[in-house]
Design a protein around this ligand. Structure first.
Ligand SMILES: Nc1ncnc2c1ncn2[C@@H]1O[C@H](COP(=O)(O)OP(=O)(O)OP(=O)(O)O)[C@@H](O)[C@H]1O
Ligand SMILES: N[C@@H](CCO)C(=O)O
Length: 292
């Protein structure tokens, strides 16, 4: 039996829709694999009752198919599904690394990214790689169709997950079809600022680059309490606040550990004021999938 741990991730970071991603140090999924004649899947852990064990509907089934690597796959979920914390992607990332090793396929970590992204197509309709890339490689990642760039960055983050369910499929339906030139210019400016901030591990630049005039405002309407939580996080010292992935989790960048504690408490209080229960994760930018 081979076991791989793959971490939660946050995609988009505001200005990098379907492109930017960042690995957390926790929570994580752990996937165990054993060779078999056909793929079977068993799911335990957080939210497992909402996750299909049919290989045609689970992200890891698509990965096993893409690698031609049938296996008995056990997923121990540490990341709640439909969270905005890359739950479906973490299972796919862990399965890609585990099955590649189990069947000695010899792919590099970079080559496993598009294979793991096949799993995302099963749940959201698009094989977007912005969650699977950091879950496999760690750090801050820029996912393009022709490869992934990975930057080792160090910026304290807070992810605040409300007890609301938003599926990626639904959140993709509200994304506008187009953008005005002024919005494109602003997005390019912010994405470049964020990338420079990650390269320098500068939380001020990262936070400033998280603003997004196109996708985030459309999706914010799906998250009860969004405006109050965003304002509270800034008041408590966050340098930037946005939706994590497709939501409903929200992500804040912070200057240091002290700020991140204050920001986490402020976000929880603001969700409570909106009548929404939530939990917060304080994290550094972490490593990618690890064979246990
Ligand atoms: N291995 C898996 N782990 C989690 N969810 C899965 C898995 N396989 C299939 N799913 C389905 O995928 C959906 C959750 O994925 P979705 O992309 O909506 O959420 P997420 O991964 O938490 O969000 P995001 O991509 O925004 O970070 C649920 O409907 C769930 O049943
Ligand atoms: N880039 C994706 C991430 C969520 O899977 C989205 O925002 O829809």
């Amino acid at each position: 039996m081979l076991r791989v741990r793959a971490p939660a991730t946050s995609a988009n970071l505001g200005s990098g829709f379907d492109t930017f991603g960042v690995a957390f140090d926790r929570p994580a999924d752990v996937v165990s694999v054993e060779k078999a004649d056909r793929t079977t899947i068993e799911v335990t852990g957080v939210g497992s009752q909402f996750i299909p064990e049919d290989p045609g509907k689970n992200t890891v089934g698509a990965v096993a198919e893409a690698l031609d690597a049938p296996a008995h796959i056990h997923i121990d979920k540490g990341i709640r599904p439909a969270s905005g914390l890359g739950s479906s992607a973490a299972s796919a990332a862990a399965a890609a690394v585990a099955l590649d090793e189990l069947y000695d396929r010899g792919y590099t970590r970079e080559e496993l990214v598009p294979i793991a992204a096949e799993g995302e197509a099963v749940v959201s309709g698009d094989a977007h790689a912005d969650n699977v890339a950091p879950s496999i490689l760690g750090g801050f990642t820029i996912a393009r169709d022709d490869g992934v760039t990975c930057i080792d960055a160090n910026v304290p983050l807070v992810a605040c997950l409300p007890e609301i369910v938003v599926s990626t499929r639904d959140a993709r339906r509200v994304v506008p079809d187009g953008a005005r030139l002024s919005e494109v210019v602003e997005t390019v400016r912010n994405a470049a600022t964020l990338t420079a901030g990650m390269a320098r591990s500068d939380p001020e630049l990262v936070g400033r680059g998280m603003d997004d005039p196109v996708v985030t405002p459309a999706r914010a309407r799906l998250i009860d309490g969004y405006d109050g939580v965003r304002e509270a996080a800034f008041d408590a010292g966050a340098t930037g606040v946005t939706i994590s992935g497709a939501g409903p989790a929200m992500l804040a960048a912070c200057r240091d550990e002290t700020d991140s504690r204050d920001v986490a408490l402020a976000m929880l209080d603001a969700f409570a004021d909106a009548g929404v229960e939530a939990r917060a994760f304080r994290t550094e930018i972490g490593d990618g999938a690890t064979v246990l």
